[in-house]
Design a protein around this ligand. Structure first.
Ligand SMILES: C[S@@+](CC[C@H](N)C(=O)[O-])C[C@H]1O[C@@H](n2cnc3c(N)ncnc32)[C@H](O)[C@@H]1O
Length: 264
């Protein structure tokens, strides 16, 4: 199980690259994050054919991956880190139960790379996810988590949803069963979601004046970080995915404050 890091094909560690190169099969978990490079670029550097592993393969048909790992060296690649933000603990446990010899090769994750904004990582509360609402399902978990974190004077990291497009019957006929990421939530959409809930609940947890930090493409050369009120950030274009949103706690350390000034 190998973390690929956050940006492109070159973020794999040397240990990870060696393991991939000597594998007989290479799976890439393809539905919970995104690299700023193509699968072809990964294949070129790794000199391997990459099999895209969608949610169904990883979660319901994991035996397909595990059974090959019983016979030969298999790499399971995860964007970011293997057990951060998206955990693949279930796969790990099932592999152990089957008697597969496992090695985990870690890498950077969004959970630690956001340290660049200057907020102390130790002072983050629960991480939350903001999901695209459906007509009959409008979760408010992220609002509740923010409320809990605020009560303990902790920072909040909100990860933003990735909407996956299911393959059409024609795609399936052509043998392409892989759902593909179709839409990535922007910082602006994340802010709007919190404002919509605020409008309904009126608890003063997240308003147009709430100070937040929008982040995009952390770990790449063209990363973008902008700090400002929700109202100000709503007008900013953060560009290409991936994005995430941070709501700092009220009481900041002097160094935190100084660093955040740089992103205003
Ligand atoms: C479910 S998490 C998967 C995290 C990954 N396993 C890791 O360790 O970083 C994916 C979400 O994290 C956020 N994210 C991941 N990488 C990011 C990046 N480089 N810049 C900004 N946000 C990122 C986005 O909100 C994205 O939808």
């Amino acid at each position: 199980m190998i973390g690929l890091g956050l940006n492109d094909q070159k973020d794999i560690t040397l240990k990870g690259l060696e393991a991939v190169k000597k594998s007989k099969k290479v799976f890439l978990e393809s539905y919970t994050s995104r690299l700023n490079c193509s699968v072809q670029e990964l294949e070129k550097l790794y000199e391997q054919k990459i099999i895209l592993a969608d949610r169904e393969l990883v979660e319901s048909k994991a035996d397909k991956i595990l059974d090959s790992a019983l016979k030969e060296d298999v790499s399971f690649l995860v964007i970011g880190d293997v057990f951060s933000a998206t955990t693949h603990t279930d796969l790990y446990i099932r592999a152990l139960e089957k008697g597969i010899k496992l090695e985990v090769i870690n890498n950077a994750s969004i959970l630690n790379a956001i340290g660049i904004v200057g907020l102390e990582l130790y002072k983050f509360g629960k991480t939350t996810s903001i999901v695209f609402p459906l007509d009959n399902w409008k979760p408010e978990t992220h609002y509740n988590v923010l409320k809990e974190n605020q009560a303990m004077d902790l920072h909040t990291l909100a990860l933003l949803d990735i909407k996956v497009k299911e393959p059409s019957p024609e795609d399936i006929k052509k043998g392409n069963n892989n759902p593909l990421p179709e839409r990535y939530m922007t910082v602006n959409e994340g802010i709007r979601s919190l404002l919509d809930i605020e409008e309904k609940r009126r608890e003063g947890i997240f308003t147009l004046d709430t100070f937040c930090i929008g982040c995009a493409r952390i770990g790449s050369k063209d990363f973008k970080i902008i700090a400002g009120t929700a109202k100000e950030l709503l007008e900013k274009d953060f560009g290409e995915p991936l994005h995430c949103l941070i709501i700092p706690s009220k009481n900041l350390h002097d160094i935190e404050r100084e660093m955040i000034e740089k992103w205003k």
